[in-house]
Ligand binder design. Structure first.
Ligand code: AMP
Ligand code: MN
Ligand code: MN
Ligand code: MN
Length: 280
């Protein structure tokens, strides 16, 4: 282990919209120098047992995690839960409710794409999803690339799957208050994921961070593949100003689909208190 352990506290497996199994995720992270890893599948914890077992074999420390979908004002936010008890009844039930909306949304996305001449998208996306409970826009993106409608996954989001585009469907996820309470009820820490990605002005960001803090939010991601170098500094400043702990994660989804691989995160900027500071 290095003098400074390398933490990566955000990534995805085939249990949500990643392309590697939980075991393969852990093995790749270990091979690329990650010492402490959290698996944070969207609205799901079904990969944690497998990942934990693989981590024990690979000699890295494993943190139970998830990334929950939230509707806040007109935005979708993602809240990562770290150190959660996967057996927590309140969290398990909360995630079940969030997931239950996904199938209906996916059918609506399929219909919306049909209206612009793309047939078979629902069935096509479902073929890419290992977990039928967890159909994601990412699975639609993979189908649209495979079917030759767009050149790569990022282009699909720009052209089809984001607000105002033909395959985007409004959806009501969980509330911010509920999600923070579920994570805390499961003994975990609530982390605002990739804050720089939300389409919001500076005043809106301050309101979001103040509300998240007031509802008990613990940390924000300062280092994430979604942030530019300028945003590392910007969100370090927000963490200090609002008294949040700082988290970091690659948000890795699989080879060829991610901005950043395991091991690529820079060190946490000095002066911040990391989210792991009180972990034993
Ligand atoms: P969903 O939870 O089904 O709405 O899907 C959200 C997922 O889509 C995110 O977790 C990302 O993996 C992916 N995603 C969202 N926006 C983009 C984008 N602009 N480019 C690539 N992937 C994206
Ligand atoms: Mn994702
Ligand atoms: Mn996210
Ligand atoms: Mn993520």
């Amino acid at each position: 282990m290095n003098a400074q352990p390398h933490y990566d506290l955000h990534c995805h497996s085939t249990v949500s919209d990643g392309t590697l199994t939980p075991t393969a995720i852990v093995e790749r992270a270990a091979a690329r120098g990650v010492d402490v890893l959290a698996l944070t599948d969207h609205d799901e914890i079904a990969g944690l047992d497998e990942a934990r077992l693989a981590a024990a074999g690979a000699g890295l420390r494993f943190i139970d995690g998830t990334e929950l979908s939230v509707s806040w004002r007109d935005l979708t936010l993602h809240i990562v839960g770290l150190g959660i008890d996967p057996h927590s009844a309140v969290l398990v039930e909360g995630m079940r409710v969030i997931r239950s909306g996904r199938l209906g949304r996916a059918r609506l996305i399929g219909k919306a794409l049909e209206r612009v001449g793309i047939v078979g998208a629902f069935e096509g996306a479902a073929r890419f999803a290992a977990n039928e409970q967890l159909l994601s826009r990412t699975h639609f993106a993979r189908f649209l690339v495979e079917a030759g409608h767009v050149k790569d996954v990022r282009d699909v989001f720009k052209r089809y799957l984001t607000p105002g585009k033909p395959g985007y469907v409004e959806h009501e996820w969980a509330s911010l208050a509920d999600v923070v309470n579920w994570i805390h009820g499961a003994g975990g820490q609530a982390v605002l994921a990739h804050p720089g990605r939300y389409k919001i002005n500076r005043q809106g960001m301050r309101e979001l961070l103040a509300e998240f803090r007031d509802r008990g939010g613990d940390a924000i991601e300062v280092l994430t593949s979604s942030h530019t170098h300028a945003q590392y500094a910007e969100y370090a400043g927000y963490a200090l100003h609002f008294g949040f702990l700082a988290s970091c994660g690659s948000d890795y989804h699989g080879p060829g689909e991610s901005w950043m691989d395991f091991g690529d995160l820079p060190p946490m900027p000095p002066g911040l208190t990391p989210v792991w500071h009180a972990w034993t």
